[in-house]
Design a protein around this ligand. Sequence first.
Ligand code: SPQ
Length: 429
Amino acid sequence: MMKKVNYFNSTLNGEIHVPGDKSISHRAVMFGSIANGTTTVEHFLPGEDCLSTISCFEKMGVNIQRNGESVTIQGNGFEGLLEPKEILDVGNSGTTTRLILGILAGLPLHACLIGDASIAKRPMKRVTNPLREMGAKIDGREDGQFTPISIRGGSLKGLTYQSPVASAQVKSAILLAGLNGEGITTVTEPHQSRDHTERMLKAFGIDVQVEGHSVSIEGGQSLQATSVFVPGDISSAAFFLVAGAIVPNSEIVLKNVGINPSRIGIIEVLEQMGANIKVENKREENFEPFADLTISTSTLKGIEISGDVIPRLIDEIPIIALLATQAEGMTVIKDASELKVKETNRIDTVVNELSKLGAVIEATDDGMIIHGKKGTLRGAEVNSHGDHRIGMMLAIASLLSEGDMFIEDTEAIAVSYPTFFEHIEKLVK
Ligand code: SPQ
């Protein structure tokens, strides 16, 4: 669907609660499904990706009741999962695909996974290869690189794995398989990726050892059901953090946003660029910290974003690119070639779509260079290309773009932020 928006010359003021964290919502359903007992989840994200996860576990016989943002899962341990009679449809969700493969790797079941056109292009050997090394039988298009993928699990041996990429999905898939492996499974990453799996497994009673960038787990442990509160998603909050900083005369308060240290690269970048951002009321539940964030219109300067911080803000790079167009000077983003294997090639889509608005931005092999303050952006016909984060970035860009903006394929936004446009409307004055 093509959506016409024109928010030019508006200000943004007020308070919102962004929806629940997508990574944590997925894990709550998955871990609840393999735990013993009844798990309850509050402030679950009812986005399409997490609904795909629910539907996959329902197809494996798990009783899951959802009432809006509250979910109850009756888990019967790993053994409670049944061989699915139907194909598991993972929709647009990389997290669902890769973590389910890890869960199924150690079970004596056969399952087939399929997703949408974007999932069909995302690399899966990063998980299928180590899971095969542990003993799972996996086949799929191009030798298990792409969906459709079929898996027949079985007895696994523990693995010591040095991951070539910092990826929470790779780490999580291997650790989940390791729960059914013989002995100890250790995953070491080049940089730390988000650690929601480690934190939530602890909440479900699992002993997880973390040392530097290595995480280890001993096979044979079982998960005990618990209650999970899902904090607001910092990756969703990021769109309004940036909007509050770049739209004149604005101030936005974002309540209960997750501030897990492995996710707060966006706050670090905003602070380094000179933004007025406050983090208040810090609290923690189930080992996940959250806080209230306040952002107001700021004078920004360009910076270099590279190295260790990249995994802490990988999903925020599209909106950071827009932020950089409003900063004084140049912003250089490096070491981010993982962007090429997300819902779209996010280096190319960001550069192409922002260029249509008149931004001065170049793609590099592992990131992009953005030249800030090169004149007012102008409305144009743009396209999310089915990528929720690109769609939201373009809608925020319309706040600073003169004239009408026509955004193709805004439906994609429902993957992670179904109430996104309602929240813009609530804040726009
Ligand atoms: O689930 P999916 O499609 O991979 O979603 C994205 C997103 O932008 O929402 C990436 F495209 O987030 C990933 C994130 O990039 C979610 C995730 C997780 O929940 O474990 C981890 C990151 O990916 P990776 O490859 O670093 O593991």
